[in-house]
Design a protein around this ligand. Structure first.
Ligand SMILES: NC(=O)NCCC[C@H](N)C(=O)O
Length: 423
C-alpha cells in the first residue's frame, strides 16, 4: 500500500475525493425498545432494510469518490502489534473491561475489527457475569454508521470527536487510531480529550455533526447537547496556535429538544457556493438562540459579536447563500416532519451536487424548484442517469429505515479530502 492520501478539507462542498463510511452491521439490531434510548436511537431498526438502503448511499459515494470502510481501515492498523496493544488497552481501560484484554490481543485483525464494532459478547464464566443483564463486555457501536461524528477534517488536520455520550467514545478512539497509523492516510490529529487534564477538560465535547467548514478561514459550529462551549473553545485555541492572519468561527446555539436538533447539520447544511439548506424556524426565524461571530487574528481573539442568523453572518464574510427550506415553504408541520427525518441533512459530493433522503418529498421538491435536478441514486449507480456537468442536482437515496437511527447523508459520511473550491 504505497499510495498516500493526505487529509484536506477546506469546504463542505468541494468535489469529494476521499470519504470514510461504515456499512451498518449487526450492531444496529443489538437493542430492544427499552435499550434504544441508551443506544441513542428513537426507534429500533431492521438491518435487512437499513442495509439495502445504505447500499444506495455507499453506491453513490463509491462512484463519485474514493470510499473506505472503517472496518477495513481498522483491520489494517490492527495488524501492527503496538497499535493493537495501545488501542485495546485504551478501550478496555475506558470501558472497565481489562479482564478481556489478553483474549482480545489474540484475535485475528479482521475478526477483532468486527468485534470492536459489533460488540464483544460477555463470557458468563463467573457469578456476576452469569447474572448480568448485559450481553456484551464491550457494547456494540450502534451509531458507527454515522461516521461524521467521531472525527472531523479541517484543512490538513483531523479533530478527534469528544463524544457527549459514553456509548460513542470508542468510535473516537478507533478513528484516532486509524488517522494516526494507517499507512495510506496522512493527517495531523488533534484531540480535545487529554487524560492528564481531566478536570479542566471535563466539559469539553465536540461532535462532527456540529462542525462545518465553510471556507479555509471560516468554520461554522453548532453548540447544544453534543458540542459544548468548552469544546468550541478548544477549537479556538487550536486556531489561535496557528497564528494566521484572520480566522472566523460562527457559532449557532441549538435547542436541546427535540432530539432531531442534536447537531447543527440537522438544521443547516451547505449545498453550494451560493445555497444552503435550512430548517427555517430555527435558522432564520425569530428565536432566542444566539448566532455568534468570533474573529481571530494573529493568534488573538479580536472580536466576539452577535449576528442576526447564519446566512447573514456568512454573507458579511463574502459567502452569500440562498437558504432553501427543509419541508418547503407552505406548512410548518411539513417542515417539522421532514426535519425530524433528517430532511435538512445533505451531503455535497461537489458544488451544488448533494445527497439526501428521497422520503422527504417536500424538501426535494423545494430543491427542484430552486434548480436542483432530481436524480435517483439507483439510476446514477446503474448509469441510467448522469450528473449534470457543472449543474445542480439532488441524488435521492432510500431512507425509511436509516432515518430512524437519527441521521441522514451528511451524518453517514466522513469526508477527509475534497478538491479546492474556486470561489
Ligand atoms: N451528524 C449527525 O447528526 N449524526 C446523527 C447521529 C445520530 C445518533 N443516533 C446519535 O444520537 O448520536
Amino acid at each position: 500500500m504505497s499510495e498516500k492520501l493526505n487529509v484536506n478539507v477546506a469546504s463542505e462542498f468541494g468535489e469529494l475525493e476521499g470519504v470514510i463510511v461504515h456499512t451498518p452491521g449487526l450492531e444496529v439490531e443489538e437493542m430492544t425498545p427499552e435499550t434504544a434510548k441508551r443506544a441513542l436511537y428513537s426507534d429500533i431498526l431492521n438491518l435487512a432494510v437499513a442495509g439495502k438502503e445504505y447500499q444506495q448511499m455507499k453506491g453513490v459515494l463509491s462512484k463519485a469518490s474514493r470510499c473506505f470502510e472503517v472496518k477495513d481501515l481498522l483491520s489494517d492498523v490492527l495488524t501492527n502489534d503496538i497499535v493493537r496493544q495501545t488501542l485495546l488497552q485504551e478501550i478496555c481501560t475506558a470501558e472497565g473491561a481489562l479482564d478481556i484484554l489478553p483474549a482480545l490481543l489474540e484475535i485475528q485483525s479482521d475478526e477483532l475489527a468486527r468485534q470492536l464494532i459489533q460488540g464483544v459478547p460477555i463470557k458468563r464464566d463467573n457469578l456476576t457475569r452469569y447474572l448480568s443483564q448485559e450481553r456484551f463486555s464491550l457494547a456494540p457501536l450502534h451509531n458507527f454508521l454515522f461516521t461524521r461524528d467521531a472525527s472531523m477534517a479541517f484543512r490538513d488536520e483531523v479533530v478527534i470527536g469528544k463524544m457527549a455520550n459514553k456509548v460513542r467514545d470508542r468510535e473516537a478512539m478507533i478513528m484516532e487510531t486509524i488517522f494516526k497509523n494507517h499507512p495510506m492516510l496522512e493527517a495531523k490529529t488533534i484531540n480535545p480529550f487529554q487524560p492528564n487534564e481531566l478536570m479542566t477538560g471535563k466539559n469539553r465535547m465536540i461532535e462532527g455533526g456540529d462542525f462545518q467548514v465553510a471556507r479555509e478561514d471560516v468554520l461554522v459550529i453548532g453548540t447544544g447537547i453534543r458540542t459544548s462551549t468548552e469544546g468550541i473553545d478548544f477549537i479556538l485555541d487550536a486556531i489561535k496556535a496557528k497564528k494566521e492572519k484572520v480566522h472566523h468561527v460562527l457559532i449557532q446555539e441549538l435547542p436541546d429538544m427535540p432530539e432531531s436538533f442534536i447537531h447543527l447539520d440537522m438544521v443547516f447544511t451547505f449545498l453550494d457556493r451560493d445555497a444552503c439548506m435550512v430548517y427555517e424556524p430555527l435558522i432564520l426565524g425569530t428565536n432566542r438562540y444566539h448566532t455568534i461571530h468570533i474573529q481571530i487574528e494573529n493568534g488573538e481573539v479580536t472580536s466576539i459579536s452577535e449576528e442576526k442568523n447564519l446566512p447573514k453572518a456568512l454573507k458579511k464574510l463574502g459567502i452569500d447563500l440562498k437558504p432553501i427550506q427543509c419541508g418547503g415553504t407552505k406548512d410548518i408541520w411539513t417542515q417539522e416532519r421532514e426535519q425530524w427525518h433528517s430532511g435538512a441533512n445533505f451531503l455535497a459530493i461537489a458544488p451544488g451536487q448533494v445527497i439526501g433522503y428521497e422520503r422527504n418529498v417536500n424538501t426535494v421538491e423545494e430543491l427542484n424548484k430552486n434548480g436542483f435536478e432530481v436524480i435517483k441514486a439507483e439510476d446514477y449507480i446503474s448509469g441510467k442517469a448522469t450528473l449534470p456537468k457543472d449543474g445542480k442536482c439532488v441524488i435521492t437515496i432510500a431512507g425509511s429505515e436509516l432515518a430512524r437511527g437519527g441521521g441522514g447523508a451528511r451524518c453517514m459520511s466522513m469526508p477527509f479530502r475534497r478538491k479546492k473550491v474556486e470561489w
